[in-house]
Design a protein around this ligand. Structure first.
Ligand SMILES: Cc1cc2nc3c(=O)[nH]c(=O)nc-3n(C[C@H](O)[C@H](O)[C@H](O)COP(=O)(O)O)c2cc1C
Length: 302
């Protein structure tokens, strides 16, 4: 039997398989990104980069009780002026490198996106789940007017594709997705706000108290988010949240995702997870008689 074709494309970005390294995991350094790309990821998203260098929060920054995985790292990053070399190294892989950025307002996002374009990224991913100056717990991605302004501003300032990564921590996801509809693609979802308390010290485990839940426990939220957006909008969606196997990726693709990203599973299982998920996707397609991903993309929406 002939082997299935698992290539896909998001606009003009061609991917050899649908599996992309998600922002925040082993992607602050050009060499680790290059290594992951050589071991099967079809593209890599950098750690979210801001205007200035940031150390992030004090430990504890993760609370793990498998499958519960909560992090509050606090967006540590070297600052935009210090990532050019890392991106150059990662690009030696010959595969697409996506620059993730976060800012406090439209102007910062525009400046960061311009720098990322200069560094030669294939697309810019806007991390809209970053804190909002409005106060504790609120995220930029929860304000449709701000989202619209940032997306329009960045789209007008650079010629590379713009992906908007949305937060699930909102009352109406479709309102935000519509506000971001000038994007070339939407990335769904970032982490879900969560918390863990140590019952003996009687305190929250994380130094920041609240963190972002990721991994298999959020997969149903990610699938629902992709399904909801693809049922209502005609825009490419990249699914992310709890993907640990090729079969998990099939669920996202059936909900309409063009590609998927993997974060926590790389932390949990190491780089080898990319060849594992690829083999599982091929196994599924072989057993179900699919030659191409398009044959089942969005099939659950019908
Ligand atoms: C330790 C850690 C750091 C993260 N840092 C970022 C980040 O800098 N920017 C971002 O957009 N998402 C970040 N994320 C979110 C992931 O990219 C992803 O959206 C989320 O974890 C859900 O996918 P997963 O279940 O495969 O991890 C981070 C996640 C983890 C676990």
């Amino acid at each position: 039997m002939s082997i299935s074709d698992i290539s896909t494309s998001i606009g003009n970005i061609n991917l050899s398989n649908p599996f992309i390294l998600a922002s925040g995991i082993l992607d602050e350094n050009g060499y680790t990104m290059k290594r992951i790309l050589s071991e099967g990821a079809s593209a890599a998203v950098t750690k979210s980069i801001g205007m200035e260098e940031r150390n992030g929060y004090k430990p504890p920054i993760v609370a793990i009780d498998d499958p519960i995985f909560i992090n509050a790292v606090g967006l540590p990053n070297p600052g935009i002026l210090n990532v050019g070399e890392e991106i150059k190294t990662a690009r030696e892989s010959g595969k697409p490198v996506i620059g993730s950025i976060f800012g406090k307002d439209e102007n910062e996002f525009i400046e960061l996106a311009g720098k990322m374009e200069e560094y030669g990224v294939s697309a810019v991913e806007l991390n809209l789940s970053c804190p909002h100056v409005k106060g504790f717990g609120s995220e930029i991605g929860g304000d449709p007017n701000l989202v619209r302004k940032i997306v329009k501003g960045v789209k007008g300032a650079i010629s590379k594709p713009v992906w908007s990564k949305l937060s699930p921590n909102v009352t109406n996801l479709l309102d935000i997705a519509n506000a971001a509809s000038d994007s070339d693609a939407l990335v769904l979802i970032n982490t879900v706000r969560g918390m863990k308390i140590d019952i003996y010290s009687k305190k929250p485990v994380l130094s920041n108290k609240v963190g972002g839940l990721s991994g298999s426990s959020i997969k149903p939220v990610g699938i629902r988010s992709v399904y909801e957006v693809k049922s209502n909008m005609d825009i490419p969606v990249i699914g992310v949240g709890g993907i640990e196997s090729g079969f998990d990726a099939v669920e996202y693709i059936m909900a309409g995702a063009t590609a998927v990203q993997i974060g926590t599973a790389v932390w949990k299982y190491g780089r080898a997870v990319f060849s594992k998920v690829t083999n599982e996707l091929l196994e599924f397609m072989g057993s179900e008689g699919y030659g191409k991903i398009e044959e089942f993309r969005g099939i659950a929406l019908k």
